[in-house]
Design a protein around this ligand. Structure first.
Ligand SMILES: Nc1nc2c(ncn2[C@@H]2O[C@H](COP(=O)(O)OP(=O)(O)OP(=O)(O)O)[C@@H](O)[C@H]2O)c(=O)[nH]1
Length: 205
């Protein structure tokens, strides 16, 4: 069974918990305790494969959340970065988070920056007080080579389900690619070792 770990990041009040709870339970719950970090577990089946999904929903105010990108960047296999379309500050914060993810991956993962990320513009139902245009979100996602989706956790389940499913698929491919690469470089160094030990001896005979 595959273990998939995701982290939700974004400004306080952007709707991270609402988006996640909508995905996990299909329900919208208006208010959430926002003073604790939460780790959610769910068993899923995607494309016939059984998965253990773990999602970290940090409390925005905690110092742990502020340093999530410094320490546990290796923990998450993928990220959901949420902003509120009716709050430009949350969009600017999302931009900074995307940059921090790239920088942290570059430092910690030897240049491997293409971790699966989905940028989510939440509260689409508040489009009458919109402060961030949809094309700005799309453009930011293109710059960061990540998927983009506007959603309303308050009104709709399907878009949110689709984005998580797509992100999880991407994570599974990414993990497989990393495992294959590790196996390949492992067998290459084994071949080198065998050559070093036996190749030289053969020459001297
Ligand atoms: N209108 C509208 N309100 C939403 C939507 N999603 C969340 N909210 C509301 O926005 C507020 C913040 O939502 P949360 O899910 O707690 O936001 P959060 O990002 O987890 O906040 P912190 O835990 O404080 O970081 C709550 O009052 C939610 O009811 C949405 O799609 N539309």
């Amino acid at each position: 069974m595959n273990d998939i770990k995701l982290a939700l990041l974004g400004s306080q009040g952007a709707g991270k918990s609402a988006v996640l709870v909508r995905f996990l339970t299909r329900r919208f719950i208006g208010e959430y305790a926002s003073d604790t970090n939460s780790l959610y577990h769910k068993r899923l089946s995607i494309d016939g494969r059984q998965l253990n999904l773990e999602v970290f929903d940090p409390c925005s105010q905690s110092s742990e959340a502020r340093c999530i990108l410094e320490e546990p960047v290796d923990w998450a296999d993928g990220f959901v970065v949420v902003y509120n379309i009716s709050d430009r500050t949350s969009f600017i914060n999302a931009k900074n988070i995307l940059q921090q993810i790239r920088e942290a991956r570059m430092d910690n993962c030897k240049g491997e920056v293409d971790v699966p990320v989905c940028l989510v513009g939440n509260k689409q139902d508040l489009c009458h007080v919109r402060q961030v245009r949809e094309d700005e979100g799309r453009c930011l996602a293109q710059e960061n080579r990540c998927h983009f989706q506007e959603v309303s956790a308050a009104e709709s389940y399907q878009d949110i389900a689709n984005l998580f499913t797509q992100l999880i698929r991407q994570v599974m491919e990414h993990l497989k690619y990393r495992a294959d690469r590790r196996r390949y470089s492992g067998s290459k160094s084994m071949a080198k070792l065998i050559n070093n030990v036996f190749g030289k001896r053969r020459k001297s005979v």
